[in-house]
Ligand binder design. Structure first.
Ligand code: F6R
Length: 277
């Protein structure tokens, strides 16, 4: 798999037996996390190429570091235009300062927006240029801020392609187990297991914020298309429960079984453990 096949379309070079359908979802299984990153980046790059003024929903986390690195390369080598693109990130810790390197605004600026030269000014709270990360500085304003974030997504025309990772507990965004299907952008307490999983991004476990602002499950389901990326054995159970058992609020990602256009890109470590027929 190489970036050279981008010109022929993102599914070039993927062997037919790596593609499976489970309900409405299409699974693409690739040998290594590096290949997962290339194919995920090509799908994002194709979206930008086809709709340079489109609306892209973005995620953070360890899984996305490599896809974003490849996407930066693709944007530069294919001269893809990002000036007119609008992006909405799924979530951000609360409370956190945007200067904190573990904040999702810092993450996005570092891994994608600055290296790919997204216009980022004027920088104003959640919105920098046409990039949005749900950052709200003061507690009293959170509810209004969340409503405004939902309105901004709708005003931009809705998310065309939403990128998602998945938590070991099946969360998407920070919609933790038990999240309601009709949830929209809101403040949520983080599950202790999520705080433990994300402690690696902070100097001490106590520094992991207790809350986050996240798009809701209903916000995510309103996107036209979803691209879920997962690698490594720690995500096996989450993917299994999300797509191979009946949907349940206990596994928030299982709601994606009701979405009509979902692509799941996984590595073999996960793929080999799934009960494909
Ligand atoms: C991050 C997000 C989360 C992560 C998930 C997986 O914006 O929405 O749902 O995608 O926690 O994180 P990693 O990739 O670090 O395992």
């Amino acid at each position: 798999m190489s970036l050279h096949s981008f010109q022929q379309g993102p599914s070039q070079g993927i062997e037919a037996n790596s593609i499976r359908s489970i309900g409405e979802a299409t699974f693409i299984m690739l040998p290594t996390p590096e290949e997962v990153a290339v194919v995920a980046a090509m799908k994002l790059g194709q979206f930008i190429k086809d709709d340079p003024a489109g609306v892209l929903g973005l995620a953070t986390g360890g899984t996305m570091v490599e896809p974003y690195r490849v996407l930066v390369e693709l944007i530069s080598s294919q001269s893809l235009k990002v000036d007119e693109l609008t992006t909405f990130n799924l979530d951000e810790y609360y409370p956190i300062s945007v200067e904190n390197e573990a904040s999702y605004r810092s993450y996005m600026n570092t891994h994608l927006f600055i290296p790919a030269r997204f216009p980022l000014t004027p920088a104003n709270g959640a919105q920098w240029g046409k990039t949005y990360v749900p950052y709200c500085p003061s507690e009293g304003d959170i509810e209004d801020f969340c409503d405004e974030y939902e309105r901004a997504i709708i005003a931009a025309g809705g998310v065309g392609l939403q990128l998602l990772g998945i938590g070991e507990n099946g969360h998407i965004g920070f919609n933790e187990p038990g999240s309601s299907a009709d949830s929209i952008t809101r403040i949520v307490p983080l599950d202790p297991s999520t705080r433990a999983a994300n402690a690696r991004f902070f100097s001490t476990p106590e520094e992991v914020p207790t809350h986050a602002i996240t798009m809701g499950l209903s916000t995510i389901m309103a996107s036209e298309e979803v691209l879920l990326v997962a690698t490594g054995h720690k995500k096996i159970d989450a993917i299994k429960h999300a797509f191979f058992s009946p949907p349940t609020p206990e596994i928030p990602a299982s709601i994606l079984q009701h979405h009509s256009k979902v692509t799941v890109i996984i590595d073999e470590e996960i793929g080999k453990a799934l009960p494909f027929k």
